[in-house]
Design a protein around this ligand. Sequence first.
Ligand SMILES: Nc1ncnc2c1ncn2[C@@H]1O[C@H](COP(=O)(O)OP(=O)(O)OP(=O)(O)O)[C@@H](O)[C@H]1O
Length: 289
Amino acid sequence: MDIQFERVSYIYQPNTPFSHQALHEIDLTIDSGEFIAIVGHTGSGKSTLLQHLNGLLIPTMGTVKIGEYVLNKDNKKQDLKALRRNVGIVFQYPEHQLFEETVEKDIAFGPKNFGIPEEEISQRITGAIQEVGLQEAILAKSPFELSGGQMRRVAIAGVLATMPQVLVLDEPTAGLDPYGQKEMMELFFRLHKERNLTTILVTHKMEDAFTYADRMIVLEKGKKYLVGPPAEVFRDRSLLNNVQLELPEVLLFLEKIKSSFPFSIDYNGQSVEELAIELGQRLKELKRE
Ligand SMILES: Nc1ncnc2c1ncn2[C@@H]1O[C@H](COP(=O)(O)OP(=O)(O)OP(=O)(O)O)[C@@H](O)[C@H]1O
């Protein structure tokens, strides 16, 4: 499913004293199978943009096109069920949305809602629980008996069981310990590769954007500020000034990826190590200039 934003603006509570324009004329194309990271300060519009991906918000101006769907203010009354089945959103702290008596019922909720036949639902539950690295024995438990990390995995399994083509992740590793964060990101990256799943990740972690994304989108005050492969975006001097990416933070993450990278990625023929060294040097030079 290709995704296209054409001059998308969004205004919260228009024509009231509380009116706030959260997105300004965003143009954007995301190809099927891409891994996109969206970064930007608090309040830059990241969550607002995400909510346009399954029609939770409809642009105030402009158009969002997702597969067959055309979302704009002239087209507000369409049935969005198929869109919502195909675009799975994992909101921040998704475990807060668990509510059923058993893990099994919680995971079944999405597929049931989308009218998937019972026999298929049980297969999907088993598949999803394995995919997120949990044992089947957990299905009979109450979600509230589980650890925080397990609850998060159950919530993600619920989204995966709807078999989306696009997976949208809003700070999915927030609140997990560093080991849990890495495991979770590797899970998303594996799903992305295995299912050719278009993945759109909102993150504050530059390291994750750099490690996993094909392209990064930097939002600043509701505007698309920079977009490109992470290695290019990090080379942009203005990122240092405008997104306030601090040099120690960058160096720290470059240092980390050198030792902990689980696989090699090649950007324009450079190994990650070469890239890290080059980026580190360039960023030092930029700060000196
Ligand atoms: N329901 C609302 N009514 C009015 N303004 C809102 C509403 N929701 C968000 N905003 C404003 O819109 C802007 C963009 O918010 P948004 O949540 O999209 O930012 P964000 O980049 O996701 O931030 P964060 O990183 O904190 O999650 C902010 O200035 C926010 O205060």
